[in-house]
Design a protein around this ligand. Structure first.
Ligand code: BTN
Length: 260
């Protein structure tokens, strides 16, 4: 049987990172890990501090959406203090870290839907929310919030069943949330050190992008744009070839595929 308990000690014990996950705050329930992470970040906690919980009562998604976060889900927020120039790369870092850790622990091969949803067999298994606190061109802190559907039975959640999946539904067996989390923290630190050491993770993010070459509809602000997702830029934006042939650069939005 898969042991599915989380605690600060279980996460940190023997974790081979320098700073990500070396301090972990665990609560059995929270409104949102983002809220506690923000409070902790403002109090000046060390870079790499992690907040985890078994259940969120008010989990939040991108573009002010609700994120369903019952027990079985992994909900985690990581506090970083990057340079301003690294901010665009953090969506790449977070989604690649999720892809790698799921692959390492389960052997499954997730892909990225622009900008940073992680899908398996075209269904969402993980969502990422990044909050930056920047003043006068200086980053006070960044919080990377990650939700992974690990041991959820999607038939229990008919409202998202058509668009979401979980690792246990994909594999037909339970998966250790602790293993996914520890692997995720190690991957986040590894990729972060690549970035801060002057390396680049853009090509790898682009190469794992499911969206490219597909006909898509993009909801961005109040408008809906249609076209072919032609490429992604180093700053994280999506380049859409519109129906009139023009190239549109999209910084924030939500993509749905219109055809294979
Ligand atoms: C999305 O796909 O819209 C992003 C979902 C992000 C969910 C995670 S779960 C941990 C952290 N706490 C939250 O309230 N949201 C993020």
């Amino acid at each position: 049987m898969v042991e599915d308990n989380l605690s600060s000690e279980l996460v940190t014990k023997g974790l081979s990172t320098r700073f990500v996950g070396q301090r972990v705050i665990y609560r059995s329930q929270l409104t949102s890990t983002m809220k506690l992470a923000r409070e902790q970040a403002r109090q000046g906690v060390a870079e790499g501090t992690v907040i985890i919980t078994d259940k969120q009562t008010a989990g939040r998604g991108r573009i002010n959406r609700v994120w369903l976060s019952p027990k079985g889900n992994l909900a985690v927020s990581i506090i970083l203090r990057p340079e301003l120039t690294h901010l665009p790369s953090l969506i790449m870092l977070a989604s690649l870290a999720v892809v790698h850790s799921i692959n390492k622990v389960t052997g499954l091969n997730p892909q990225i839907k622009w900008p940073n949803d992680v899908l398996i067999n075209d269904k969402k298994v993980s969502g990422i929310l990044i909050e930056n606190d920047v003043k006068a061109n200086k980053v006070n802190h960044t919080i990377i919030g990650i939700g992974v559907n690990i041991n959820l039975k999607l038939t229990d959640f008919p409202e998202i069943q058509a668009i979401a999946t979980s690792l246990s539904d994909e594999l037909g067996k339970k998966v250790s949330r602790l293993s996914v989390l520890r692997s995720l923290l190690a991957e986040i630190e590894r990729l972060y050190l690549v970035l801060t050491g002057g390396g680049c993770i853009y090509e790898e993010w682009r190469d794992n992008m499911l969206t490219l070459g597909k006909k898509v509809r993009v909801e961005t602000g109040d408008s809906i744009l249609e076209g072919v997702a032609e490429s992604v830029d180093r700053d994280g934006s999506l380049c859409l070839r519109g129906v009139d042939g023009g190239l549109i650069k999209i910084v924030v939005g939500d993509v749905t595929r219109t055809t294979q």
